[in-house]
Design a protein around this ligand. Structure first.
Ligand SMILES: Cc1cc2nc3c(=O)[nH]c(=O)nc-3n(C[C@H](O)[C@H](O)[C@H](O)COP(=O)(O)OP(=O)(O)OC[C@H]3O[C@@H](n4cnc5c(N)ncnc54)[C@H](O)[C@@H]3O)c2cc1C
Length: 389
């Protein structure tokens, strides 16, 4: 793969095409009008609004890169990133639902699905079926390939037994890209990816987690008890699932970066508005240089993280190796989100510490960025491997 592209006229990283601008503006408007009014209640109840997911499908947000022949938007990865950022600016749970669908599940189907699997599943993914990506287990998180869910070939079916934990979209999903092992003793070489439908016999969704942040996004346990999965639902090659898991997550990490810059921007916008309204010592607190410097520092960090997210997404669309940039993007954007949302909360003073104002939610929602799709230590491990020769 080429390492450098030389466009005729290099453009700023934040330059968008006309189509991208229109796409982003539509989502921004949708997020403001449809998502924002529901965000607080969904967070309190810990349940995502079903009708809103239906609207995601209608707007084309659940099949952004799916080719037209399968009913998708035939868009770019960069557009998927814009969608995640804009939704997360208003509600990080909305952002992650769209993120998992596009950057993990559709992406895996598009890259590794057979023509027959694509025909069978992609039209559904673009129209009505929520997807989930099931790698983690109680005993295997960072050490993902130590997973214990076992798959055994019996006739024309694989029979799966085990439990998955922490699966985003678990409650809503109709299709799961699920990783199991054919032979635990073979280590990563036994790992195989399966396309598991929620109605397959022996498959059930277990407990839903009660979380600190992204509370409306469902995070569930999956239980496989002699779950029968047809042989032709193996995604890619048997025993090569580790490659699917690693490479899908590389793209996913740019999506989490986008979620984090959306969260940071949302909190920053609240903070600046509040700072201009709140008076102490007879003037708006935004007139104190200390507050101005905090807001300026936050804006600078968001800008830096955003450039990293956009660059990594453009690299992916250009077919350039982006593994290091994806890891750096997720690492940095999640650090920025945590810092910015925390400062935003402080700018609200005591009010920021209550549920009456929106910043505490941004702060809670930021925390997950350092944990899922590989913790910050795991990103550092990848980056270190690539930069220290
Ligand atoms: C809300 C939420 C949604 C999620 N969604 C999904 C999903 O959709 N699909 C899915 O498959 N998984 C999902 N996960 C799981 C997530 O990817 C894991 O939680 C994450 O990879 C960390 O694994 P762990 O929780 O087992 O932590 P551990 O791996 O036990 O890590 C604990 C701590 O040890 C550190 N650590 C571990 N190993 C090392 C090492 N070698 N060097 C340095 N430090 C190390 C970690 O950085 C961390 O700080 C989700 C998790 C959450 C909380």
């Amino acid at each position: 793969m080429p390492e450098v592209i030389a466009p005729e006229k290099p453009q700023p990283l934040t330059a968008l095409t006309e189509d991208e601008t229109l796409f982003r503006d539509n989502i921004r408007q949708f997020a403001e009008e449809k998502v924002r009014p529901l965000s607080k209640e969904m967070d309190e109840k810990g349940v995502f609004d079903k009708e809103l997911i239906h609207e995601f499908f209608q707007l084309g947000l659940m099949g952004i890169e799916v080719p037209e022949q399968y009913g998708g938007g035939a868009g770019t990865f960069f557009e998927a990133i814009l969608a995640v950022e804009e939704l997360s600016r208003v509600d990080a749970s909305a952002g992650v639902i769209v993120d998992v669908q596009n950057t993990l599940v559709n992406n895996a189907l598009l890259r590794w699905g057979t023509d027959e699997q694509k025909k069978r599943y992609l039209p559904r993914m673009a129209a009505e079926c929520v997807g989930a990506y099931a790698l983690s287990e109680a005993g295997s998180g960072s050490d993902a390939f130590a997973l214990a869910t076992k798959a055994e070939l019996k006739g024309n079916d694989y029979v799966l037994n085990g439990r998955k934990l922490w699966i985003t979209n678990g409650k809503e999903a109709g299709l799961f890209v699920l990783l199991a092992t054919l032979d635990p003793a073979a280590g990563y070489k036994g790992i195989t990816a399966f396309l598991v439908e929620k109605d397959f016999p022996g498959f059930t969704v277990g407990k839903k987690e009660d979380k600190v942040g992204i509370r409306a996004s469902s995070t569930c346990e999956l239980i496989l008890e002699d779950c029968r999965v047809p042989k032709n639902n193996v995604l890619g090659e048997a025993g090569k699932g580790y490659k699917i898991a690693i490479e899908t997550l590389n793209e996913g990490r740019i999506g989490i970066g986008a979620q984090m810059i959306g969260v940071a921007r949302g909190a920053w916008e609240c903070a600046i508005k509040y700072a201009q309204e709140r008076k102490q010592f007879s003037k708006p607190i935004s007139e104190f240089q200390a507050i101005q410097f905090q807001l300026a520092q936050m804006a600078t960090e968001i800008e830096a993280a955003r450039l990293m997210v956009y660059n990594a997404a453009r690299m992916k669309d250009a077919g350039i190796n982006f593994v290091k940039e994806a890891a750096m993007t997720k690492l940095y954007a999640s650090q920025v989100a945590e810092r910015v949302t925390s400062l935003a909360l402080e700018i609200y003073g005591g009010y920021g510490f209550t549920k009456d104002y929106p910043v505490e939610k941004y702060w809670r929602d930021s925390k997950i960025g350092k944990i899922y799709e590989g913790t910050s230590n795991m990103q550092l491990q990848t980056i270190a491997k690539l930069v220290i020769k």
